[in-house]
Design a protein around this ligand. Sequence first.
Ligand SMILES: NC(=O)c1ccc[n+]([C@@H]2O[C@H](COP(=O)([O-])OP(=O)(O)OC[C@H]3O[C@@H](n4cnc5c(N)ncnc54)[C@H](OP(=O)(O)O)[C@@H]3O)[C@@H](O)[C@H]2O)c1
Length: 233
Amino acid sequence: MKNIIITGGSSGIGAATAQILIEKGHRVHLMGRNQEKLEAIALSFPGSCSFTVGDVRIVADCQRTFEDAKTQMGSVDVLINNAGLGIFDPLTQAKLEDWHEQVDTNIKGVLNMIHFSLSEIISRKGHIINLGSVASHHVFPNSGIYCATKHAVLAIGESLKVEHGKQIRITTICPGAVNTPFIHATKNEDLLKEYVPNFEKGLNPKDIAAQMAHVIEAPEGINISEIIIRPGV
Ligand SMILES: NC(=O)c1ccc[n+]([C@@H]2O[C@H](COP(=O)([O-])OP(=O)(O)OC[C@H]3O[C@@H](n4cnc5c(N)ncnc54)[C@H](OP(=O)(O)O)[C@@H]3O)[C@@H](O)[C@H]2O)c1
């Protein structure tokens, strides 16, 4: 049984991951901004799920999340940096504030959580899982800055591996399209019309959650560094 923090636990991949991990006997502490959704999930799993309402862009919220998780669970074995968003637009039409929101959430949010959790994870011989994307490996039109943030997430995982790969497990999970509310952060109506059907045909968030359980429950002595998972036949 592991004690696990999941950022972005209120929706999509994070919420599906919480459910699967709890069903497998683990304890989770969720973080996100939507109190109502977090409360509803925690109520469905009494004794196995706690939460902190917070924003990964705010350093004090990340510190509070880590401290609440330790208070609630006693220790933290696994940090899942899942909170993230993509706001798609051509570069010439994109708003600077949307680029900043993606960088602040997808990169700085991951760093904030690692900063407060790393010593504990090392002391527990634990595991850090970061949500990358196929956009960690490829750059697509209309989502260049999102792709840049996910390249950074992969590099952050590699840097953890270089310095701490003998002390902790580090995994980057890189999905293709997953059918979650993710695409609806995009406001460009033309792109939404084009992209929504692709995401609706995408993977089920439970497919990604199953991979999270797989890497967390891998036998001792094995670190699964990366999983790239796309919709298939
Ligand atoms: N869906 C895909 O096709 C896909 C593909 C590859 C990778 N990913 C990655 O998978 C991760 C999860 O995405 P998803 O598909 O599950 O999308 P989602 O359903 O929109 O969920 C995103 C989660 O991130 C949280 N979040 C966003 N900004 C936050 C902030 N500033 N502070 C705290 N929490 C924040 C949201 O919670 P609140 O709104 O409650 O704050 C929500 O729980 C993301 O990192 C995304 O980049 C998704």
